[in-house]
Design a protein around this ligand. Structure first.
Ligand SMILES: *Cc1c(COP(=O)(O)O)cnc(C)c1O
Length: 431
C-alpha cells in the first residue's frame, strides 16, 4: 500500500515511510492510495472469527508487505490484549467499552500498534528515533505505556503542569526507562505549539530523528478500525440498521470508523458528538469551517477546535458534500447536558458513563429521536475513574476503581519542569 500526502497527491511513500515520518514533509497528512474492499462473506461471518484474526485481516492491506506476516501477527497479539465489551444500556442503545486496556482509554490500541510497527522498522538501525508528543491527558499515558522498552525508540511527552488529572500524570511520569516527561508551565496549546516548532526545526531534526505519535500517524489512526468490527461481530440485529455515535475531538477515531465502512462494514450512519468545541457541527450546518479559541470542558480530551483528522474524512468522500452529509451527522453538547445525561443514565439504567461517553450517548439519542428504528452504539472511550475529578460527587461514589490503578498512586512521579519556551526544550533535546 502506498500513502499520499493530502497536500500533494503526487508525493507517495510506503507504509514504513509514512509511519517513520508521521507527517509528510509538506505538512500534509498521509492517506492510503486505495481503500481495500473486504469480501462480503468475511463480513457476514464475522462472529465466527476470533478478534486477532479479524484485526490482522483488516489491517494487513494497509501494511502491505512492509512488515512480514508473522511479525504483524505478533504486533496484533501485543495490541489486542483486552476485551471490548458491549453493554446494553437501554433498549436498542449499546455502549461499546473501549477502556479495558492498560491506561483505561481507547488510545491504548493505536499507541501499542504504532509502537510495534516503529519497533520493527527501527530494528538494527543505530540512529534512534524520538517520539515527541504533546498531551492533554490520555495520549501521554497510552504512548508511554505503548512504547515502554521498545528498543531504538526514545519517547518525550509534553504535558501542561497542573492541567491533567493525578491519575493521568502518574501514568506518564512513573515509568522511567526510555520515557521522559516534560512538565510545561503553560497550556496544552503551548505544548502542541512547541512540538510543532520542533518538527520544523532542521537543526534539531539533524540531531535527532523525530516522529509524532498523535493520530496524524497512520499507524495510530488505522488500527482504531478494529473497534467497529468487534462491535459488529456482537450485535446480530445490527445487520440492517446500525448507527454509531463517536465522542470526537481530533476526529481520528470516527475517521477510522468511516474507513471501516468504506471497506464494506455495513454501518448506515455516523454521529460525531462534540462538546462546545463544535467546529465540525457548525461546519456541517452552515458550510464554513471556522475554528474558534478552545473552551475548557469536563470532556477535556475533546477540547479541540481544529481537528487534524477532519481533512481525512473529507478525502474519504472525495470532497463530495452530499455523500458526506448522508453518512455523517454532528451535534454539540454543553457540560450541563453532559452531567444531566450521566446522572439520568446512572439512576435509570445503573450505567455509569464518563463525560466523553456521555457526550456520545447524547448524540446517539438525539439522532435516534429524529430517525427511529435504528440500533445504536455509542463508544465509551474512557473509564470513569480517569475523569473522576470532573464528575459530580454522587457519581464519583459509584466508580469502581480497578486494582492496577490503585498501585499507580504509590509510584514516584519523575518529570522535567520547564517554561513554555521552545528554546529551553530544544536545549534539553540537543543534549
Ligand atoms: C482522545 C479521546 C477522545 C477523542 O478522540 P479523537 O480520535 O481525538 O476524536 C474521546 N474520548 C477520550 C476519552 C479520549 O481520550
Amino acid at each position: 500500500m502506498q500513502y499520499y500526502s493530502l497536500q500533494n497527491h503526487q508525493h507517495r511513500v510506503s507504509f514504513r515511510e509514512a509511519v517513520i515520518q508521521g507527517l509528510a514533509p509538506d505538512k500534509g497528512l498521509y492517506f492510503p492510495a486505495e481503500i481495500p474492499k473486504l469480501e462480503k462473506d468475511f463480513i457476514e461471518r464475522l462472529e465466527e472469527y476470533d478478534p486477532l484474526y479479524i484485526a490482522r485481516k483488516v489491517i494487513q492491506p494497509f501494511v502491505g508487505g512492509d512488515i512480514p506476516d508473522n511479525y504483524l501477527k505478533q504486533i496484533i497479539r501485543d495490541t489486542v490484549t483486552f476485551p471490548f465489551p458491549l453493554r446494553e444500556v437501554e433498549e436498542n442503545v449499546y455502549a461499546l467499552e473501549l477502556f479495558h486496556g492498560p491506561t483505561l482509554a481507547f488510545k491504548d490500541v493505536g499507541a501499542k500498534f504504532m509502537a510495534g510497527c516503529l519497533g520493527y522498522f527501527r530494528r538494527g538501525d543505530d540512529k534512534p528515533v524520538t517520539v515527541l508528543v504533546a498531551t492533554s491527558g490520555d495520549t501521554g499515558g497510552a504512548v508511554a505505556n505503548g512504547f515502554y522498552n521498545v528498543p531504538g525508540v526514545q519517547v518525550v511527552i509534553l504535558y501542561p503542569s497542573g492541567k491533567v488529572s493525578e491519575l493521568q500524570e502518574k501514568q506518564l511520569t512513573t515509568l522511567g526507562g526510555n520515557i521522559s516527561a516534560l512538565e510545561i508551565k503553560g497550556s496544552f496549546d503551548d505544548c502542541q505549539r512547541m512540538v510543532k516548532t520542533a518538527f520544523l526545526d532542521q537543526e534539531l531534526q539533524a540531531h535527532r530523528q523525530l516522529t509524532s505519535a498523535n493520530s496524524i500517524n497512520v499507524a495510530r489512526w488505522l488500527p482504531q478500525m478494529f473497534y467497529y468490527f468487534m462491535a459488529y461481530r456482537k450485535v446480530k440485529q445490527w445487520r440492517k440498521d446500525a448507527v454509531v455515535s463517536v465522542p470526537s475531538g481530533n476526529f481520528g477515531n470516527i475517521c477510522a470508523g468511516m474507513m471501516a465502512a468504506a471497506m464494506g462494514l455495513p454501518i448506515l450512519h455516523f454521529i460525531a458528538s462534540t462538546n462546545v468545541n463544535d467546529t465540525v457541527p457548525r461546519y456541517l450546518k452552515n458550510g464554513t469551517y471556522e475554528p474558534l479559541a478552545p473552551v475548557p470542558t469536563i470532556s477535556n480530551a475533546m477540547d479541540v477546535t481544529d481537528p487534524s483528522n477532519f481533512v481525512r474524512i473529507l478525502q474519504l468522500f472525495a470532497q463530495n458534500e452530499r455523500g458526506l452529509k448522508a453518512s455523517l451527522t454532528a451535534y454539540r453538547f454543553t457540560d450541563e447536558e453532559t452531567v444531566a445525561a450521566m446522572e439520568e443514565v446512572c439512576s435509570k439504567h445503573q450505567y455509569l458513563m464518563d463525560p466523553h461517553g456521555a457526550v456520545g450517548y447524547l448524540g446517539l439519542k438525539k439522532y435516534m429521536q429524529s430517525h427511529p428504528g435504528h440500533t445504536g452504539i455509542f463508544l465509551e472511550t474512557a473509564h470513569p475513574v480517569k475523569f473522576a475529578n470532573t464528575m459530580p460527587e454522587d457519581l464519583q461514589k459509584e466508580i469502581d476503581t480497578p486494582e492496577r490503578v490503585m498501585q499507580l498512586f504509590d509510584k514516584q512521579k519523575v518529570s522535567v519542569k520547564m517554561d513554555a519556551d521552545y528554546e529551553q526544550m530544544k536545549a534539553w533535546l540537543m543534549q
